[in-house]
Ligand binder design. Structure first.
Ligand SMILES: [Zn+2]
Length: 629
């Protein structure tokens, strides 16, 4: 064990304590509960309640129950605990209320037997994945200790653990579904470690850092040493149950679903052996032209991990929306030109590859489980796998979800939110149908396959090794979303988009940024939120370039105006800098770009305080999924 690790182990808190009630909460909750005491204002220190600062309310004798001989009584301790619990349940309800419940119902009750069996088995696998993911997050170990109230149980199920996730509550120390306020600890690392940025840096810098941060492992302490343990060793029994459901689903499929059947069997093997090669191969061969279904069941994304290195289990299950075939036919001939033109932006930093990635399939989500079933919001586009041969050979499969946020409630809210941040001239371009958003998402996902990517080596090192998982995550998303802006001009020049569609896409993407800025730039553990940070960079960059202007309108309220004519050149300059930084492995340049706009001198440009003040009052969609079979 080396020195820094030893220090981390010593510094780790042995136990957790309830946070102390601030004076304002104490007095407010005591009045509500009819506890006749008042915490007097004390100039020298209002953080700690001492017996001398407590006064009786109304009746002078009221204090005797709570303070005797200058000391708190047992009755006071009891009352104080009650107030802490009141404050906790208040925070839990606030966390839940930050989401607007929304439901995706899919009815297969009249479908053929093979389809109903598929849905039934995938739904069963989804329940197992939810359990397994809660194990990964570290949440599952607290299920037995949940608060007795229904809200705590609901929040635990929604959040895959006892910890709060909403921007307004995630850093509230009272927000926990468990009355003992356990610290947020992932199961991917030893519980004795602090699990903060310092731990991630320390693991990364060790000679065995690559093994310890392998996405398909967890880190365990054995004989005083840290070792990487494969997921299949750590969670074997749970993973094998999932394989049983997948094999049963495969057995029900006929020749018309041969590609799906091959994937179900490949995925089952992955859950049995921990080797995902066959699953990824069979998965890459499934598509909108050979199956009615989209299914991905695997450990994939890393955002949930404190170091953003470990893969979280999830299910995304959907029906193919054949509307994507038209866009595939339009964009497939342009793929190489997209790669070549991107490389031409920074020829010294990056050489074009031959690309042959699949353009996104449109899908209608039936079920999300585990890491895909987020407490608030939902993934609207995804490109997988992140590792392995299929990824390295650039044969990733990309999907765009077309049935989310399309209900009347969501659309009404989206327009109101856009109007909070942009002036009337911009709002006139707010898209009325889903096409603009879909094109933006297609371009974002396609760009993940273009330019320097997670497998690109600079001086023998991967992007994650050069930049660290945290910064690399931000850069990769910044690349993808900058592509969503930059490639619009190419599609326009090719005659694939009208001027009106172009303005609609730009507007849609700028509004998208505001939604992410409202989420805040980092998690309560200090990890960067990639979409939020890229949004901060883009809004700051476009402001500096004169595309965005923050000014008061006729009603005296400040909002952004947009000079659409200047946007293409500014998007190109940003894309050039991102390709340069990633392609050359320029860590200092990456930090200057990201930190400069996120926390540095240019951070005020994104107007984060205003965005949060105006947008956080709108609850986010909180999706549940009900497949009927
Ligand atoms: Zn992305």
């Amino acid at each position: 064990m080396n020195m820094i690790l030893a220090l981390l182990l010593l510094a780790a808190p042995a136990a957790h304590a309830a946070p102390a009630l601030p004076r304002s909460d104490f007095n407010r909750l005591a009045a509500r509960a009819g506890i006749p005491v008042f915490w007097l204002p004390v100039a020298y220190d209002t953080a700690t309640l001492s017996p001398a600062d407590l006064a009786p309310v109304g009746d002078a004798d009221a204090l005797e129950r709570f303070v005797i001989g200058g000391k708190f009584t047992a009755e006071f301790d009891h009352a104080y605990k009650f107030l802490v619990e009141e404050r906790r349940t208040e925070a839990v309800r606030r966390e839940l209320d930050s989401g607007r419940p929304n439901l995706i119902v899919s009815d297969f009750r009249k479908a053929p037997a093979s389809e109903r069996e598929l849905v039934r088995r995938v739904a069963a696998a989804g329940k197992l994945i939810d359990e397994l993911y809660a194990l990964q997050t570290g949440g599952l170990r607290w299920r037995e200790s949940l608060g007795g109230d229904a809200a705590s149980r609901s929040m635990f199920e929604r959040n895959h653990g006892p910890w709060c996730e909403a921007p307004g509550t995630e850093s509230d120390p009272f927000c926990s579904a468990v009355p003992t306020f356990p610290a947020r600890k992932s199961d991917a690392y030893p519980q004795s470690l602090a699990q903060d940025g310092a731990m991630c840096d320390e693991l990364k810098s060790r000679p065995d850092g690559k093994a310890l941060l392998d996405p398909f492992t967890v880190v365990r302490e054995k004989d005083g040493k840290l070792v990487a343990v494969p997921l299949v060793e750590a969670y074997g029994p749970q993973m094998k149950l999932i394989a049983v459901e997948l094999r049963a689903a495969a057995a029900a499929q006929g020749r018309d679903e041969a590609a799906l059947k091959a994937y179900l069997l490949g995925a089952a093997k992955g859950f049995e052996t921990g080797n995902w090669a066959e699953a990824d191969e069979t998965w890459s061969r499934m598509g909108a032209r050979n199956s009615k279904w989209y299914l991905r069941i695997a450990p994939d994304e890393v955002e949930f991990d404190p170091c953003q290195e470990k893969a979280g289990f999830h299910v995304s299950f959907a029906r193919i929306d054949s509307g994507s075939l038209a866009w595939q036919d339009k964009l497939t001939p342009l793929r190489q030109e997209m790669e070549d033109s991107l490389a031409a932006l920074a020829p010294a930093a990056y050489k074009a590859r031959r690309v042959a990635f699949g353009l996104p399939d449109f899908i209608e989500i039936v079920l999300n489980s585990g890491d895909s079933r987020t407490p608030a919001g939902a993934t609207i586009g995804q490109s997988l796998p992140n590792w392995g041969k299929v990824a390295e050979e650039n044969r990733r499969r990309t999907v765009v979800m077309t049935n989310l946020y399309e209900d009347p409630d969501s659309k009404k809210t989206a327009l109101l939110k856009a109007g909070e941040m942009f002036d009337a001239a911009v709002l006139a371009n707010y898209p009325s149908d889903k096409e603009a958003g879909l094109v933006g998402t297609i371009l974002h996902e396609a760009t993940h396959n273009l330019g320097p990517h997670s497998g690109s080596l600079v001086g023998g090192k991967t992007q994650a090794q050069i930049f660290g998982g945290r910064l690399e995550g931000v850069l990769e998303e910044l690349k993808a979303q900058s592509g969503a802006l930059w490639y619009v001009d190419l599609l326009k020049r090719k005659g694939l988009l009208s001027d009106k569609q172009v303005a609609e896409i730009y507007t849609h993407e700028l509004v998208w940024c505001m939604g992410h800025i409202a989420n805040g730039m980092t998690t309560d553990g200090g990890a960067p939120k990639p979409y939020s940070q890229l949004s901060g960079v883009q809004i700051g960059w476009l402001s500096k370039a004169g595309v965005l202007d923050w000014k008061a309108g006729p009603d005296g309220v400040e909002r952004f105006s947009v000079d659409f004519a200047k946007l293409p050149a500014a998007a190109e300059a940003l894309m050039r800098e991102v390709v340069r930084v990633k392609g050359s492995g320029d860590v200092a340049g990456a930090k200057a770009l990201v930190d400069g706009f996120v926390s540095g001198a240019d951070a005020p440009l994104m107007r984060m305080a205003k965005v949060q003040e105006r947008l956080r009052k709108y609850p986010k969609e909180s999706y549940s999924y009900t497949p009927l079979y």
